[in-house]
Design a protein around this ligand. Structure first.
Ligand SMILES: Nc1ncnc2c1ncn2[C@@H]1O[C@H](COP(=O)(O)OP(=O)(O)OP(=O)(O)O)[C@@H](O)[C@H]1O
Length: 631
């Protein structure tokens, strides 16, 4: 049957949605009122009772020292005035002791409640963050350094920023309450003293806000260095890199590079620390002068009989209290500001535009494949400044057929498969599933119809069962299905014979769930490949099977056996098989030779041999290498 496809009408462009959204030179997200309210909403959702408790504690914490100072004044004035009743003094003393106890205990309680609030909020924030990250259907963002930088900062901010913004904000409130109480008490004695102390706090506020802005900018600038440092640290610590690093004696070089990244980060931190030292020294000097002036004025007023001895004690407490409270307010306001800047990166990740165009609102399920998949004049490049990887591919994959993709390294075979899975959209042209443009279908609906084993498959540090079951999370507990898939991939005997069978960890990096690290095993490369194939097989019944180099790591017997199984499995199914072993793909319905991003040859094995083109040359080359003169 010949299927005629309608002409393409979709406007195409080089720009992939969202791909230019997060650049290194983009203005950084600023602290904003919306950021504050978003943090507050999150904390309220995650830990409402704790939020109320922290607010109550903040209010009590602000009032307690003022109450203590007022009680002390009353005690002193009562004592100096004479003629007092003992009961009054006892009551005052008890009140004073109570205020002192509250002042001492509040911070302990506060820390406990804040820690729990932080934990709950952090968990919720991280969950929201990774829901958003999971929602990015394509791969483009994960290859964008600016996005990765933002994600790392956002991830760190998620743990602490929202809780910290709210708690430190309440701390600021507590400081303001305390400062207002002390200022009112001081103003009642002498308003000039109150003004002097209040104005002395303003430079601290400005300086701390400036420092917080610098700190946040520095975290952004250091992100790439720190990511590199983690990367080098990983090379030194991870078992996957250990062989090459040791054999090549590359450890010292990697360590030097790691320390280089650390040194750049340290240098920037040092510059900031010097600025902090200079700023805080200036502020401390200012505070000392203000205190000294305040003390001299108060003693002068007491000497002149204008204020009482108790008033002097109140002024001394107020001076220290106001200064401490206002410095605390400046510090915590700066901290809120700093956390809001980092929180802005978190919110920016949540607001990251999708890198794939959304399907039309009414797009529904994708029907089972009946006719075939067509690539019509497909062009693709990974970025605008990179060369074309696919340059006008025209290809029809009929339903129920096996198409083998062959071609030199870098020809674009895996890229083509990635477009079929819609990890990227074509830069130009279109891919149609029974005539429906893939961009007009929800991406999940498309992927539900695919199964694949990729060339760079994952080796999960999971149990054997989970390593296979993860291919279809709804079937993680479907042990018969998992063992059947493993059987089809020729992995069952090996996995069943492991110390804990399918419950054995395929890792020596993590212990079993019960903490026993002894039973974890490492598989060989070929065994891992079979597990990866089993994952593909678990998703049986899908419309399109993609196998990218499914047997590259297998021994000859295993390769023969796997290809035999694949042949049986593929019969009547639509599949795409990529392989450099041309002998393994000769029985495909059609063999497509990609080169330079285009389809150069296309036809069954015999037809391509008869054509005597590039495929025939490569096939004979391999056949000779295997010692087979004729094929
Ligand atoms: N994520 C990426 N970002 C940028 N360029 C990429 C990316 N992946 C692949 N490329 C480039 O695209 C080209 C085609 O790569 P692809 O992996 O599709 O080739 P292939 O035909 O599968 O090669 P091989 O036979 O070696 O597996 C290569 O030049 C490669 O450098």
């Amino acid at each position: 049957m010949t299927v005629r496809w309608p002409r393409l009408t979709r406007a195409t462009s080089d720009a992939r949605p969202g791909s230019v959204a997060l650049r290194e030179d983009e203005p950084r997200p600023g602290a904003s009122f919306r950021g504050l309210t978003a943090a507050l909403r999150l904390v309220w959702r995650a830990a409402p009772a704790h939020l109320v408790a922290v607010a109550g504690l903040a209010l009590a914490g602000g009032l307690a020292p003022v109450a203590a100072a007022r009680l002390l004044k009353a005690v002193l004035d009562t004592l100096v005035g004479g003629g007092h009743r003992p009961a009054t003094l006892v009551l005052l003393a008890l009140g004073l002791a109570g205020a002192g106890a509250v002042t001492a205990f509040l911070p302990l309680l506060n820390s406990y409640v804040i820690a729990e609030l932080q934990r709950r909020t952090g968990r919720r924030a991280i969950d929201d963050l990774f829901v958003a990250v999971n929602g990015l259907a394509g791969l483009a963002h994960f290859e964008d350094p600016a996005f990765l930088n933002r994600l790392q900062i956002g991830h760190n901010a998620a743990r602490v920023a929202p809780g910290s913004v709210v708690c430190t904000g309440l701390d600021t409130l507590r400081g303001l309450v305390a400062a207002a109480g002390f200022l009112a008490a001081t103003a009642a004695l002498d308003w000039r003293l109150a003004l002097l102390v209040a104005f002395a706090a303003l430079p601290a506020l400005g300086a701390e806000l400036g420092l917080s802005r610098r700190r946040a900018a520095m975290i952004w600038d250091l992100g790439p260095h720190e990511r590199r440092e983690y990367f080098y640290g990983g090379l030194l610590a991870e078992v996957r890199a250990a062989k090459e690093v040791r054999l090549f004696g590359a450890g010292d070089e990697v360590r030097r590079r790691m320390l280089g990244s650390r040194a750049r980060a340290d240098a920037a931190n040092r510059r900031l620390d010097r600025r902090v030292l200079a700023t805080h020294s200036g502020l401390t000097l200012l505070g000392t002068v203000v205190s000294a002036v305040g003390v001299v004025i108060a003693i002068g007023l007491a000497g002149a009989g204008t204020i009482s001895v108790g008033d002097v004690s109140l002024v001394l407490a107020a001076l220290a209290g106001v200064q401490g409270a206002l410095t605390g307010v400046a510090l915590s306001a700066a901290m809120v500001h700093h956390q809001l800047l980092l929180w802005g990166h978190y919110r920016a990740v949540l607001a990251t535009p999708p890198d794939l165009a959304a399907a039309p609102a009414l797009a529904g399920e994708l029907p089972a494949l009946r006719h075939g998949i067509e690539l019509r004049d497909v062009w693709f490049r990974y970025a605008e400044d990179q060369p074309w990887t696919l340059a006008g591919v025209d290809l029809f994959i009929p339903a129920g057929h096996t198409i083998a993709l062959v071609g030199p390294n870098g020809a674009g075979k895996s890229t083509l498969v990635k477009l079929l899975c819609r990890f990227y959209d074509p830069t130009r042209g279109a891919i149609r599933w029974d005539g429906v443009d893939l961009r007009d279908v929800p991406v999940e609906a498309l992927r539900a119809r695919l199964t694949a084993t990729f060339q760079d498959f994952m080796c999960y540090d999971f149990t054997a069962a989970d390593n296979i079951g993860i291919a279809d999370p709804a079937r993680l507990a479907d042990r018969p299905g998992i063992t059947a898939a493993a059987g089809r991939a020729g992995a069952h005997e090996k996995l069943a014979a492991l110390p804990r069978g399918y419950d054995t960890m395929l890792s020596r990096v993590f212990a079993q769930d019960d903490g026993d690290a002894e039973d974890g095993v490492n598989l060989s490369g070929g065994q891992w490949q079979r597990v990866a194939l089993a994952r593909g097989f678990l998703r049986e019944g899908r419309d399109l099977l993609i196998l990218d180099e499914p047997s590259s790591g297998l021994d000859p017997d295993a390769e023969h056996e796997i290809h035999q199984r694949l042949r049986e499995y593929r019969t009547g199914r639509t599949s795409i098989l990529i392989s450099h072993r041309l002998g393994a793909v000769r029985d495909a319905d059609r063999i497509v030779l990609l080169a330079g991003g285009r389809v150069c040859e296309d036809g069954p094995h015999e037809a391509l041999l008869a054509l005597d083109g590039e495929y025939a040359r490569l096939f004979h080359l391999q056949a000779r290498a295997y010692g087979a003169a004729t094929c």
